[in-house]
Design a protein around this ligand. Structure first.
Ligand SMILES: Cc1cc2nc3c(=O)[nH]c(=O)nc-3n(C[C@H](O)[C@H](O)[C@H](O)COP(=O)(O)OP(=O)(O)OC[C@H]3O[C@@H](n4cnc5c(N)ncnc54)[C@H](O)[C@@H]3O)c2cc1C
Length: 347
């Protein structure tokens, strides 16, 4: 792939968890390929910094289950290779209607060994609901993880922070990137991993046919103490979960906020309506948690029409590839998204 007339063989635009893992996969898997990883802000400061970082060993479709399996293995290997990564093992209990038992068995990975258990302490399980335990869950401080991956990448890739990509001009045999600094970069191929920054004039038109939208994502911080033995509680029917954030010593409650077509620059923090929606769910399932002082994190993420991550070529010559829109699962599926993006790049 190398060509001395270029600044690099590949530019990865966006240094969140997905962009960093794309860059890592290229330098590890395609030796001799030069990579520039470029971000308008610092590495990991987009959706990745706000992520709850929960990995649930499940998927709504065969493709997502394959991606979850691959990604779980990838993170396990990464933890074995790189000392001290902020990825934490986690017990997980799933609360769902009894009638959903067969669906749960299908959705959770075989390795999760989903098994009925006693109703968990501190959780109000409705009468026609039951509880199951699953293996293989973990969560990460995704910002810390991105920093660790970037630290490893630095000797092998050029990382440019605080520089926005403002234009993409494909030409025969390469792609020119215009930068906010007024400079240009000439590269062989580009992977766009911009998280929820879909509206950039640089790629808005190229990406529009994919139908990706941006949804607000809200999680409350519940300032109650956590123990290392506390388990995550997944409220399957509500697409919500309680997560003991052991590394920060408080709980997090993530629920599904249905506010669409927001922009990353317009996330104004928690509002009354977010607190009301979240508290209604806590009232129903976990009223004990209502006594804790509440704050939170509000940002957004990119969602695809079929709720599966998008990895696709945006130009006829295949030199510009998009990777993202992981529907609120961009941490847990990032290794598999990166694998698909690099496979596509090499075609
Ligand atoms: C509150 C919250 C909770 C979440 N919880 C979970 C969870 O429990 N589990 C899970 O798996 N996922 C979760 N997610 C989703 C997950 O965090 C995201 O899907 C994932 O971080 C997306 O990674 P990314 O690399 O695609 O995007 P980002 O991390 O947003 O990175 C994109 C980068 O692109 C850069 N960029 C954008 N435009 C330009 C430009 N023009 N030029 C240069 N750089 C540019 C940005 O600065 C940014 O750093 C959560 C998200 C939120 C907001």
């Amino acid at each position: 792939m190398s060509d001395g007339a270029r600044d690099a063989d590949v530019a990865v635009v966006g240094a969140g968890i997905i962009g960093c893992l794309v860059a890592r996969r290229i330098v590890e898997g395609v030796p001799g390929t030069s990579v520039i990883l470029i971000d308008r802000d610092g590495t990991g400061t987009g959706a990745s910094r706000r992520s709850a970082g929960l990995h649930m060993p499940r998927g709504a479709s065969i493709r997502i289950r394959d991606m979850a399996t691959y990604s779980q293995d990838y993170y396990d290997k990464l933890r074995a290779e790189v000392h001290g990564l902020p990825i934490f093992d986690l017990g997980m209990t799933v609360v769902a209607p009894v009638a959903a038992a067969d669906q749960l068995r299908e959705a959770y990975l075989d390795t999760a060994a989903i098994t009925p258990v006693e109703r968990p302490n501190g959780i109000r399980v409705p009468d026609d609901f039951s509880a199951w335990t699953v293996n293989g869950a973990q969560y990460a401080d995704v910002y810390g993880l991105v920093q660790a991956i970037a630290r490893e990448l630095r000797p092998r890739a050029s990382i440019i922070e605080g520089v926005e990509v403002t234009g993409i001009d494909p030409y025969v045999g390469g792609v020119r990137l215009r930068l906010g600094t007024g400079e240009t970069l000439r590269v062989g191929r580009v992977v766009l991993a911009p998280g929820p920054w879909l509206d950039s004039p640089a790629w808005h038109d190229l990406l529009a046919p994919a139908g990706i939208r941006v949804k607000r994502v809200v999680a409350l911080h519940l300032e109650g103490p956590v123990e290392s033995t506390d388990r995550a509680i997944v409220l399957e029917q509500e697409d919500a979960f309680l997560l003991p954030m052991i590394h920060r010593n408080h709980w997090l409650f993530s629920y599904t906020c249905q506010e669409w077509d927001v922009a990353p620059q317009s996330t104004d923090g928690l509002a009354d309506r977010h607190l009301d929606q979240a508290r209604q769910l806590l009232e129903r399932y976990a009223p004990d948690f209502l006594r804790y002082r509440t704050s939170g994190r509000v940002f957004c993420d990119a969602y695809s029409p079929n709720r599966e991550p998008v990895v696709r070529a945006l130009t006829p010559d295949g030199r510009v590839v998009f990777a993202g829109a992981a529907n609120g699962s961009g941490y847990r599926l990032a290794p598999a998204v990166a694998r698909s993006a690099v496979d596509l790049l090499q075609r």
